[in-house]
Design a protein around this ligand. Structure first.
Ligand code: HAM
Length: 445
């Protein structure tokens, strides 16, 4: 009987990050770590799944993320212990990490820590969205959050400065930063009501609401702010005439926003105001921001963030202010790749072309020494013909072939061939190590 051999493929919306792209990803994430740590942020590693309710309460039960996009599973029937079965839970793969950071802040009593708590995270998130360029079901974020007692606009500005500094260091320069203030619990409810009334009027205009799509018509009642986010061409003229939140902020929120803009100017950060930037998650108050990058088509937001001053309390913690952002790594990398401005990434330095069993121990030894010196070295496991060996070195993209044959073993020297121009040098072990180490320093510099 012939066995039906089934081939597996990555699930729709997920993908493999293969070399050499993975090197670019590592470099990008390392650049973020270095930048964030220079601003005194420290890494937090969080679980990939949490109670569903944590996300529902934080992000909002009426949002697309919670309503339609979470991967949720139950422990009920599979519970391993009686206790687990008794308290059957539903868990969800995290669609974002701010909720987890806040849960962790409360759980570990981080409010007792001195100063502001400044945390960053790097890792996968999961949303069941319709996959397209720049939109995946498993995607990656690099995020940062500041939690503490102060809501000084200088904190917002520093967080944004850190973000833009990182983008600059990562070569992501064709970007636009948009900022907005969506008010707080004192002024936003009145604005939302005003918006709802205006939208109801539009919906009732003959022909009944035809210019507003079904999503916006529904949102008039559930979440009118989200109508401002609409990209539908036929809705744009209507939205342009709606009342703007900037005209309805309370004094404290207006002052906070004005100060934020001042603080950004002090730091030389270019921004554009966008009164329609409301964001898709419910926890935001006051400052919201987004960064758009070129070369990405419709999924062009590479970062979203904002202030969430009430969230810690909402999740049962002490009164605490918070602000943060998350960068979409997949999209940021796409934008860097499309710009063609790629950084110098580690590559294969030396291919050890050894010939004859007598050369083998020397090859193994020198390979170890070169690797100890920090060089990437490929040592073929089996003897190869000289031509084939050099051909493979070339295909693997090695900078040098280190030739070790009978002559070299007898004379105690090595032949180093620079593959780009075929130039050869005969070197002692000492000179070889010194030469390659200095070359490595130069290429890194
Ligand atoms: P968000 O706007 O939902 O905010 O996501 C942040 C970024 O993640 C987006 O700008 C985008 O680059 C990326 N992203 C989101 N969904 C996808 C997807 N399906 N495929 C690829 N990339 C995606 C948050 O997640 C908030 N937690 C940010 C935050 C932190 N606010 C305050 N602190």
């Amino acid at each position: 009987m012939t066995e039906n051999k089934r081939q597996f493929r990555a699930i729709k919306g997920t993908r493999d990050i293969l070399p050499p792209d993975s090197a670019l990803w590592n470099w990008f994430e390392q650049t973020a770590r270095n930048t964030f740590e220079s601003y005194n942020f420290r890494e937090i590693r969080l679980p990939i799944f949490e109670e569903t309710d944590l996300f529902a309460r934080s992000i909002g039960a009426d949002t697309d993320v919670v309503n339609k996009e979470m991967y949720t599973f139950s422990t009920g029937p599979d519970a391993e212990t009686k206790e687990e079965a008794a308290s059957a839970q539903t868990y969800s793969l995290r669609p974002e990490a701010t909720a987890s950071v806040v849960r962790s802040y409360i759980e570990h009593g981080m409010q007792a820590l001195p100063g502001n708590v400044k945390l960053y995270y790097v890792g996968p998130m999961f949303r069941r969205e319709r996959p397209q360029k720049g939109r995946y079901r498993q995607f990656y974020q690099i995020g940062a959050e500041v939690l503490g007692q102060s809501d000084a606009p200088a904190i917002d500005a520093e967080v944004i400065e850190m973000l833009m500094t990182f983008f600059k260091r990562a070569g992501l320069t064709r970007t636009t930063l948009y900022i907005n203030s969506i008010g707080d619990k004192n002024c936003r409810p009145q604005y939302v009501e005003l918006l709802r009334e205006e939208l109801r009027k539009v919906a009732e205009l003959p022909p009944a609401g035809s210019k507003l799509g079904p999503d916006s018509l529904r949102r008039i009642e559930t979440n009118p702010l989200r109508v401002l986010d609409s990209k539908l061409p036929e809705e744009q003229a209507i939205i342009a005439k709606l009342p703007r939140i900037s005209d309805h902020l309370c004094d404290a929120c207006r002052e906070h926003f004005a100060k934020l803009k001042e603080e950004l100017s002090v730091r030389g950060i270019a921004y554009e105001e966008n009164w329609r930037l409301v964001r898709g998650l419910d926890y935001y108050t006051r400052t919201t921001f987004e960064v758009i990058a070129e070369g990405l088509g419709s999924q062009n937001a590479v970062c979203g963030g904002g202030r969430y001053d009430g969230l810690v309390e909402l999740l049962g913690g002490p009164p605490t202010k918070g602000i943060g952002f998350a960068i979409g790594t997949d999209r940021a990398i796409l934008s860097i790749q499309e710009s063609g401005k790629l950084p110098q990434l580690p590559s294969l330095a030396v291919f050890v072309a050894w010939m004859g069993q007598a050369a083998y121990p020397t090859a193994v030894n020198i390979t170890r020494k070169l690797r100890d010196a920090g060089l990437a070295v490929e040592l073929p496991a089996e003897e190869m013909k000289f031509k084939k060996s050099l051909g493979l070195a070339d295909k693997l993209g090695a900078r040098y072939a280190l030739i070790i044959g009978e002559d070299e073993v007898n004379s105690g020297t090595f032949t180093l061939k620079h593959l780009a121009d075929s130039e050869q040098k005969k070197l002692s072990e000492f000179d070889l190590l010194e030469y390659l180490e200095s070359e490595r320093r130069d290429t890194r510099a």
